[in-house]
Design a binder for this molecule. Structure first.
Ligand SMILES: Cc1cc2nc3c(=O)[nH]c(=O)nc-3n(C[C@H](O)[C@H](O)[C@H](O)COP(=O)(O)OP(=O)(O)OC[C@H]3O[C@@H](n4cnc5c(N)ncnc54)[C@H](O)[C@@H]3O)c2cc1C
Length: 239
């Protein structure tokens, strides 16, 4: 069943990279906003007369913490109606109409197999939520590989946070990749060769893919090429 539309209030905005911002939104009518890590909310933005042309979805980048505040991480798309509105008009104190949580891109239960969380850019949002949730609740898990791709160092999202998690959380491995810059400590190129080099023995695993079509399509092909069946692959397509 769909949740009702609610009014959220922006409590904080942080410019994270040249074209990406983090937005914190409080939902005052609720004491706590319950959701599963990996789910998203839909914003109804005043950008079109037709209702369904106003809707834009965003994965929740924070994790369930018993509060009524969620975090979104949003990349500005040149000429995009929704993100132009969010970047130019929305300020701290602005109200946003939102609905959620929605979606089935959530952690498998039980969490026995290894997880490959593959993303580019703001596609990291649901994975940050999942990994922080597992850590906070000390839930048992196998190896978790977070493969994050972006162009340059300046585009990295949650880099310090993920590096710190990989040092403190057993079995969590963080693999950042830069496609347009060579830098020590980072993979070069796209994310695909990383899981291909880890999955040589075809150990049972779940692949979670999040981001834009090109990356997801290529990952699905390559994962099939490694011999995994479709049931091992879960995706959240941003557009
Ligand atoms: C379930 C779900 C969760 C999402 N979560 C996030 C999130 O956490 N963060 C986030 O930034 N976005 C997220 N998106 C994408 C978001 O909903 C919008 O599509 C995006 O913000 C662009 O909206 P716009 O109105 O500015 O552009 P529009 O005017 O709607 O977009 C124009 C076209 O560009 C394509 N497009 C949009 N963004 C990109 C991009 N970066 N690269 C290539 N093509 C693109 C769209 O598919 C569309 O065809 C999510 C989408 C879905 C379906």
């Amino acid at each position: 069943m769909l949740e009702p539309w609610r009014t959220g209030r922006v409590t904080r905005i942080q410019q994270e990279t040249p074209n990406t911002r983090r937005y914190w939104i409080e939902i005052p009518e609720l004491n706590r906003f319950d959701f599963k890590p990996g789910q998203f909310v839909t914003l109804d933005l005043p950008i079109h007369e037709q209702k369904n042309k106003r809707w834009r979805s965003y994965s929740i980048a924070s994790w369930p913490d018993g509060t009524n505040v969620i975090e979104l991480v949003i990349v500005y798309l040149e000429g995009g109606l929704g993100t132009t509105y969010l970047f130019n008009e929305v300020k701290v104190g602005s109200e946003l109409t939102l609905r959620g949580p929605q979606g089935v891109f959530t952690l498998p239960d039980p969490l026995e197999k290894d997880l490959f969380l593959v993303c580019t850019g703001t596609g990291i949002a649901p994975f940050r939520s999942m990994v922080q949730y597992l850590k906070l609740n000390e839930l048992p898990h196998g190896h978790i590989h977070l493969l994050f791709g972006c162009r340059k160092c300046e585009d990295l999202l949650y880099y310090e946070e993920m590096t710190a998690l990989s040092e403190s959380m057993e079995g969590f491995h963080y693999h950042p990749a830069l496609s347009r810059e060579n830098k020590e400590g980072f993979h070069s190129g796209y994310v695909h060769h990383i899981y291909e080099s880890i999955c040589t023995e075809k150990k049972e695993a779940h692949f979670f893919l999040c981001g834009w079509k090109q990356m997801i399509d290529e990952a699905k092909q390559r994962i099939a090429g490694l011999g995994y069946d479709k049931k091992s692959v879960h995706q959240e397509l941003y557009g």
